[in-house]
Structures are given as C-alpha cells and as structure tokens.
Design a binder for this molecule. Sequence first.
Ligand code: FAD
Length: 313
Amino acid sequence: ISVNQLEEARRALDAPLFADLAGDAEMSFEFFPPKSEKMEETLWESIKTLEPLGPRFVSVTYGAGGSTRERTHATVARIQRETSLGAAAHLTCVEATKDEIDQVARDYWAAGVRHIVALRGDSPTSGQAYAQHPGGYENAAALVAGLSKLHPFEISVAAYPECHPDSRDAQVDLDNLKRKFDNGATRAITQFFFEPETFFRFRDAMAKAGIDAEVVPGIMPVTNFASVLRMAAMCNTAVPAWMGRLFEGLEDHAGARQLIAATLTAELCRKLYAGGVKQFHFYTLNRAELTYAICHLLGVRAAAGAAVNAVAA
Ligand code: FAD
C-alpha cells in the first residue's frame, strides 16, 4: 500500500457524513446568457430558485468571440437590478481590441457590476489555436492587468487542475496562473474535474509554486454523459472509467441519470469539503434543481427570511 493510498483511506474515514456537515460551505453559481424567450424563462426560474441559498456571487458566461456581448451584459445588469445577488460578468479577449474590451468593462462598472471573470477565451473556429487580435490583449493575464487599471474590479480567473490543453507542461500553466494573480486577480475558479485528488494535487502544486490565493473548484453536475465526454476531451479533463460504467444503459432514463448525477456530484463535494474546501462554484447549465439538491445535501439552506416567504407564498 502506497503513501497515497493511505492518505486516501485516511481522508475517506475522516470525511463527515452529509448529516454532519456544518452548513458553512459557500456557493457561487454560473449561468449562460439565454438565446430565446423560453430559455430566458428557464434561466430566471433557476436564478429565483437558487437566490435564497445566498450565494457569494453568480456569474454569466461570455460566448465565443464575444458573440453574446449584449446578452451577457443584459443578463448581468438584470441580475444586478432585480435580485439581491452580486453578479459577475465573464469577459474574454477574443476578436476585440483593447479599447473595445475596456469599453465593455466600463459599461459594466457604470451598471454597478464590480466583479469580472477575466478570460482569454478560444478561437470561434473550433480546432483553431487562439490568436491575439491586433491591438487586443495577449492573454488573460494581460486582460487582468488592463482591467485593474480601469477600475478596482474584483477579478476571478480560470485555473486548470489537469493543465490547459495549450500548455506545454504544468509549470508553464502555474507560471501563467501566478501572473494572473500578480496582475490583480482575487481568486481562481477551476475547470471541472471528477476526482477529488485532482483538486488536492493542484492545490498542493499551487502552494509549492508560491501561489497563496483562493482557488475554488468548478463543479459540473453530469447528467448527459455523452456530452460531458465531448466537453471533457476539449478541456483536457479526465473522465474516470467508473463514471462511464455508472451511466451505462441509462440513455433513456433521464430521471435515473439525475439521481446518479446528484449522488456523484454531492459525493465529490463531500470529499472536497473533508479536504478543507469551503467554497464551490457550480456550472449550473441554467438548471436549478440538481444544484439546489446538492447544496442542500452539503448543508446549505435558504436564508430564514427567504424560507418564510416561500412558505407564505
Ligand atoms: P490564459 O490563462 O490566458 O491561458 C490559457 C493557457 O495558455 C494557460 O494555462 C497557459 O498554459 C497558456 N498561456 C497563456 N499565456 C501564455 C504565455 N504568455 N506563455 C506561455 N503559455 C501561456 N470561455 C469563454 O469563451 N467564455 C466564458 O465565459 C468562459 N468562462 C470560463 C470560466 C471558467 C471558470 C473556466 C475554467 C473557463 C472558462 N472559459 C470561458 C474557457 C476559457 O476561455 C478557455 O479555457 C481558454 O482556452 C483559456 O482561457 P484562460 O483565461 O484560462 O487563458
């Protein structure tokens, strides 16, 4: 038995049961901007369902090549206006000059938005490498530096426990992450992953590289295994064989897949919690129920006032 295996066994034994969780975990939720009225309705139902859980913030993604610039802005501004939530806007460097990007950020500041998730983004043509726009930002680290000069934004950035696909090696990736913090980022949110050890190893590597900053695991509740396989291949995320076996034969059983997704994701979060993780960022895919159920299992409850209102309604 190796040291790693012993460490794993110790963590499993130490892990609190769901019933014993203190309810001190803090959540954030990610949404994407809706493309149609129907999708907008679903998004707003989800936001309203998750709002009483009192997340630290919610964020709204930015489509490839800035394709959702207006929709992201409209969604973030509406969250800021109509809810009690702090809204963060994702912003990328793709196919835009520095001036154009800076203007988008200024408009956010004017709308009361104080938190940006600053990203490089990818080429809108699938399979093509990212190319810096002439007059644009080179990468996320440069964007963070640019934003920091504009206004005192809170800035979150992306991190990759299994290495970014463009990265030569883990050290290059960590150096890049460090630059983002040095340039003014406040926290990193990770790409999704499925084994808790993946996150623990990355947290250790960050500490070894002298990066003493908040890193929040990005949690993807999987319900459609085939689409997650496709996404994971693009992102360099390993999909464990056991996960394939758990979803086997469930193509026509959406309900069973939901239950399995909730079980697996809650289990991942419980192990992360046992390893000292108190903050979680959920890729909600604009659906609330699964995320709500997992938060509930982790001991996160609607604020008292919100619960009373729900009962009264
Ligand atoms: P960067 O940190 O700039 O770089 C990515 C990698 O390239 C680095 O890890 C590093 O290995 C390498 N690299 C960069 N600069 C250098 C350098 N100077 N020298 C050597 N190597 C370098 N995409 C969207 O389009 N819209 C979104 O809303 C969105 N939201 C996201 C949210 C999260 C939490 C995450 C994890 C990802 C998100 N993405 C989004 C995806 C992201 O845009 C891609 O992963 C993109 O390929 C990299 O973006 P980045 O900000 O990590 O880039």
